[in-house]
Design a binder for this molecule. Structure first.
Ligand code: CTP
Length: 408
């Protein structure tokens, strides 16, 4: 359980912060809500108090004997401001301390995530952009606002990101300081990332297929990490068990053949290509147009042929400067054995980075946690363990170092 301060500034999107608050409390976090006085014009104190289970104040003078303006910020594991209005960003950037929320921001030493929401013109105004740049340079993870319908009939950049996306960024910030640094630095701004995720299905007949247990969790976590760090992301999605993150272009595919075609189309213009999908290595030689029927006691024999190796093909055609990342799940007896198997696979595939999993102790498919080694052609360059979110940011860090070492 983490202690989260949820700051709410005065914008119509304040109502969405109620949903974010619910998500945090249902996940078991202890949340103190600190609205600005203007936020209370949109959602009242009673709602925040009832949903959080804590008293709610906006001023530094309430319960002054408990010194809440210092205690709340100092005790927090994470501060999330949603919505962060243009005014709140300006006050935070200039270090003002004119209400409880800005006091909390000045006393907090934990990660701070801000989710802006305002009209498009206000977001693009040089003053707001300068304030965002200042906050980011101080390590504050100012998220990109979503695009879409605003308060009235108008639409554009400035919508509050959806509560589940803010929660994902908040959880990334809680899980790993590297995620906060990446989100604040926007170190993938200007990058195009193409990521495959999920498991392919090779059809036997109109209703049956040969598939695998890949849930797509790792690929989706990577796509989300790349978006959070400023990249434009295409997710080539093979039968995902979960939803794709917002802000990602999704290309649905079914079979390894579809996946190969989609990657061939989208990868050439990418800066980063990640093959996190589990494509089938074999596909039936022929697919029956009609549903296969039982015939007496006879069994079924299916002849398979090998599919193309998508990763090896992408690595062979890699444009200068592009970073190609592969995954390998190996059953190794120990770490040396794992590194030996991984080194051979990295050379065979020709990729710049290989994310290595030891699956001998039980499958990682569908699990929330993961433990990986990161290999480049020089050998072991990193390791990461923890939530797939945290591992995803570690993989992105490694990909950024590879690109910095080998400029186009
Ligand atoms: N991969 C691919 N195309 C395939 C099979 C796998 O691009 N037809 C990619 C996976 O997405 C992953 C990497 O190759 O990034 C390694 O997958 P893995 O199954 O470990 O490798 P294989 O080549 O199938 O090797 P093995 O002989 O160990 O099964």
């Amino acid at each position: 359980m983490s202690r989260i301060v949820l700051g709410v500034a005065g914008g119509i999107a304040a109502y969405k912060a109620c949903l974010l608050l619910r998500r945090f409390t249902e996940a078991g976090h202890d949340v103190h809500v600190v609205p600005t006085a203007n936020a209370l014009s949109f959602v009242g104190e009673t709602t925040w108090a009832a949903l959080s289970g804590h008293p709610v104040h906006t001023s530094v003078f309430a319960d002054a004997h408990e010194v809440p303006h210092v205690r709340l910020g100092r005790d927090a594991d994470l501060v999330v401001v949603a919505p962060a209005t243009a005014d709140l960003l300006a006050r935070a950037a200039s270090g003002r301390a004119d209400d409880l929320l800005t006091n909390v921001l000045l006393t907090a030493t934990c990660p701070v995530v801000m989710a802006p929401a305002m009209h498009t013109e206000m977001w693009h105004h040089p003053a707001t952009q300068a304030n965002v740049a200042t906050l980011r340079s101080r390590g504050v993870a100012v998220l990109r606002p979503a695009e879409g319908r605003l308060t009235g009939a108008d639409s554009g950049a400035g919508r509050l990101p959806e509560p589940e996306d803010i929660e994902a960024s908040a959880l990334a910030a809680l899980a790993d300081p590297r995620a906060v640094a990446g989100m604040a630095a926007q170190d993938l701004a200007g990058w195009r990332a193409v990521i495959s995720a999920g498991g392919t299905r090779e059809a036997l007949d109109p209703v049956r297929f040969v598939g695998n247990s890949s849930s797509g969790l790792m690929g989706v976590a990577l796509a989300r990490a790349c978006v959070q760090r400023g990249a434009e992301v295409t997710l080539v999605a093979a039968n995902l068990a979960i939803e794709a993150p917002a802000g990602v272009g999704v290309v649905p595919v079914v079979s390894t053949g579809d996946l190969a075609a989609a990657m061939a189309e989208h990868a050439p213009s990418a800066d980063l290509v990640v093959m996190a999908a589990a494509p089938a290595d074999f596909t039936p030689v022929s697919r029956s147009d009609k549903k296969l029927k039982k015939s007496g006691d006879a069994g079924l024999t299916v002849e398979f042929t090998q599919t193309t190796d998508v990763l090896a093909g992408l690595a062979a055609r890699r444009p200068d400067g592009q970073v190609v990342v592969g995954f390998a799940a190996e059953t190794a007896s120990d770490e040396d054995d794992l590194v030996r198997l991984g080194t051979a696979k990295l050379a065979r595939k020709g990729c710049q980075l290989l994310v290595l999993n030891n699956v001998s102790g039980g499958a990682v498919f569908g699990a929330e946690e993961n433990e990986v080694l990161l290999l480049d052609p020089s050998g072991l360059v990193g390791r990461a363990a923890g939530s797939k979110t945290s591992v995803a940011h570690a993989i992105v860090d490694a990909a950024v170092s590879v690109r910095e070492r080998r400029p186009a």
